[in-house]
Design a protein around this ligand. Sequence first.
Ligand SMILES: C[S@@+](CC[C@H](N)C(=O)[O-])C[C@H]1O[C@@H](n2cnc3c(N)ncnc32)[C@H](O)[C@@H]1O
Length: 184
Amino acid sequence: MSKNKDAIRELYEQYGVDAYYENNAHRYKNPHLPYIQALLRQNESRINYQKILDLGCGHGEVTRTLQKMGYQNMTGCDPYTHLYYTKKTKQPCFNFGFKEILKGQLTGEYSAIIASFSMHLCEEKELYGLTYRLFAHSPTLVVITPHKRPALEEIQGVELVLEDFVLTDEKGKKVFLKSYIQKI
Ligand SMILES: C[S@@+](CC[C@H](N)C(=O)[O-])C[C@H]1O[C@@H](n2cnc3c(N)ncnc32)[C@H](O)[C@@H]1O
């Protein structure tokens, strides 16, 4: 699944996001992993990694990076890759996704929820509800994304408190890390 952005987008359009991940969960690999690792490391002093929910966790790209940094308390959440996540990280994992979170199924309190390359898959009309559901479980919501979406700063009551990026090529392409809190 090491496809470039356009190829992935075409596959999402051809099969739909759900069917695509249902059929390809076992072979998921993120070619941007070094950038995820760099962003998590260079923001260690700014994000509380003590108890993390890894949302849309794939095969544990975020969790395994944090484990290498010495952190131990992570939980995954992914409707398609939860078995691979558990096998590779030895951490627990919710086997559901955004729709179930919207229905209130998420439990636990976290120091931060990190959604790496995943929250842009949430339908725009559900993003507001999902964001507020997530803030009920964590003071901080961290998004890692190569896209403009999800732009949670456009949601009323949500404040962007940290933005960082790494360059992924000489033309200036970037992967961003954005951290959000609820405005008081
Ligand atoms: C591009 S992968 C990112 C995986 C990993 N977080 C990373 O950074 O490499 C997107 C992940 O979102 C998950 N996903 C797809 N639909 C989802 C949904 N409705 N709710 C939660 N996760 C979903 C997929 O199973 C997949 O693991």
